[in-house]
Design a protein around this ligand. Structure first.
Ligand SMILES: Nc1ncnc2c1ncn2[C@@H]1O[C@H](COP(=O)(O)OP(=O)(O)O)[C@@H](O)[C@H]1O
Ligand SMILES: [Mg+2]
Length: 210
């Protein structure tokens, strides 16, 4: 099995090789996949991300979601508590400023901030994922730390749902995982939803039977 570092390197490199027409087509398809999904229909407050490092671009989706009356939020990096995210309201066309990684983020005005628990849906960027909702990120653990509180919940709909976003090629058979990794409810790609939950349920009932 490839190590996490090897996987990150290989997939990030592959992702940067996609050409503009492939990216544009994938982003458009992803917008359609998302807007058709129940995750979207049941969500009013949606956290997105600003694409970097060749990540699938959500600006097409942002525009549409805004027109559909959804409130959109973007992450702002925080050092206190260390390496966590806060989410601030963003309306397409508003000014953003680059953070220390050069990623545009909203001005962190208190009035525009939302508590993570009040988000309905979080679109989570990732480097790799598998069929069980495991996620490999860039390696700094921002999303794991910020959404650690979602790990111990069971059963019914609870805010927020974490939906991974990726190109379909970023799926791998099985990811090495750590105890602190926050599982995704599902992953959306340009090809559709990966139905992680269903696979996870099927697996656990197999285990129960044996
Ligand atoms: N809830 C948490 N509390 C403290 N540290 C965490 C937490 N979640 C992740 N980390 C730390 O973040 C670092 C990166 O995590 P990792 O899962 O490898 O990255 P990524 O999720 O970006 O792929 C690890 O050293 C891990 O210890
Ligand atoms: Mg992790």
């Amino acid at each position: 099995m490839e190590s996490k570092a090897e996987l990150r390197h290989r997939i990030r490199w592959q992702r940067r090789q996609l050409d503009l027409s492939e990216r544009t087509r994938a982003a458009r398809r992803l917008t359609a996949v998302l807007r058709r999904s129940r995750w979207y229909r049941h969500s009013r407050r949606i956290a997105c991300y600003w694409a970097t490092d060749g990540e699938i671009d959500l600006s097409d989706f942002l525009q549409q979601a805004h027109q559909d009356g959804r409130a959109i939020y973007l992450p702002v990096l925080k050092q206190k508590p260390a390496k966590t995210l806060r989410f601030h309201r963003y309306r397409p066309g508003e000014g953003l400023r680059a953070n220390r990684f050069g990623i545009p983020e909203p001005l962190p005005q208190q009035a525009n901030r939302i508590a993570c628990r009040d988000l309905d849906l979080v679109l989570v960027p990732l480097v790799a994922f598998d069929g069980q909702g495991h996620r490999l990120g860039m390696g700094a653990g921002y999303y794991d730390r910020t959404f650690a509180f979602t790990r111990h919940r069971r059963g019914r709909w609870r805010r927020p749902r974490l939906l991974g976003i990726a190109f379909s090629f970023q799926r791998i058979a099985e990811l090495p995982t750590e105890p602190w990794d926050v599982p995704l409810a599902d992953v959306a790609t340009e090809q559709g939803l990966s139905r992680c939950q269903i696979e996870r349920r099927a697996r656990s009932s197999d285990t129960n039977r044996s």
